[in-house]
Design a protein around this ligand. Sequence first.
Ligand SMILES: *Cc1c(COP(=O)(O)O)cnc(C)c1O
Length: 475
Amino acid sequence: MFYVSTRGDSDKKKFCDILLEGLAPDGGLYLPQNYPQLNADDLQRLRQIYLNQGYAHLAFEILSLYIDDISREDLLALCVKTYTEDIFGSRLITPLRKLDDQVAILALSNGPTLAFKDMAMQLLGHLFEYELKRKNQQLNILGATSGDTGSAAEYAMRGKQGVRVFMTSPDGRMSQFQQAQMFSLMDENIFNIAIQGVFDDCQDIVKEVSSDLAFKQAYKIGTVNSINWARLLAQVVYYFAGYFQATSSHSQRVSFAVPSGNFGNVCAGHVAKMMGLPVSKLVVATNENNVLDDFFKTGLYKVRDSSHTYETSSPSMDISKASNFERFIFDFLNRDASKTAELFSTQLQAKGEFSLAHHPEFSKIGHVYGFVSGNSNHQQRLQAIKTIHEKYGQLIDPHTADGLNVAQQFLEPGIPMVVLETALPIKFSDVILEAIGQVPPVPDKFKGLANSPLRFLTMPADTRMVKDFIAEQCG
Ligand SMILES: *Cc1c(COP(=O)(O)O)cnc(C)c1O
């Protein structure tokens, strides 16, 4: 299997060539040159593998369709190490729980940081360690976080050979829970840097360091952002796991509702559908930051600047520009790389928007690709949390509430609707308190967290100082 850039770079690459990379050299994103096709027999075989041998073996089967430069034996071992009952809390790894006859919730958030990013990041940690060892290389991951991504990256990379993590975050601006989760890590290869500033300052520092190519090369600076193909690929697996739990035969179809921000999660659903998984709808659910919803309704993709990006009660979906969106548009344009480059590098750069409203295929986007969309606001999230609590005695987090709200608009008779649970309520206890008048129970493994000793350092928003610190650690 070779990988191509959405903007047409002619170098064909293997999985491990792109594993440690972000963007392609031409600024595009990597995609496999084709999607392996699964027929009814294949689906039946995968169903049996998931039910009899477990999630890790299902992951191995799917990953091995896309990875042929790691031996099958090693790849299986990596999957088995990653997806354990011990780390994800159940044998099914992503168990499905029914709300009623039609709607069910796919639990993706039982990993170490209680958000779905663990599903991909935990695998990435093992893949990175494996590949760095093979290449006899070191990697220094530099990131900026306001919560979720940073903690998922740290929990994935802690204790891994060949990797250090330098994670900047805005000093005093993360939730207590998220801060304790990250800063309580004592691993020698994890460095938490609280920057005296806001999230944008952290991001600017990362950008400045990354644009200093000499420094970047000398100190092997890398990232783990959501455009990484390996992360997306890992996410394809749970669409299969969700499908197998929601159905008993491959003659049935399923819809998925996905709380969306950077379009990574739902793009993995798109890949699963392209491979032949019987998916009816892919419901793109946004919050008040509804750039994606606007696109699927009107064909106009209009990015926003940070002053028009709202802070909401589903903060992991507060994006103004969906970094994975280009992957779907490339497929939609029949993989016309020059047209994709024209839209994303020329038009978006110049005008901050492009429109496909008049594209002859746009009106069929729901029919052909399954994409439909909607958004919800703070009051609607609170209402959903309250209703689910009253009706079913269950708690959902505000992101999952966005998913559930929009899912209601797209129910079809006889087709199960699977809502992806992207975080657990404990991470957003203030919103839960507002919705139902009580805070969610703290899971056992986090009971001592509030009193754990913390390990972090504080710095002014000064790129020079961050660079010096990295250089010092690399000694
Ligand atoms: C990252 C995240 C999302 C958005 O996922 P994308 O892949 O960026 O679309 C939604 N909910 C939670 C809790 C997240 O952490």
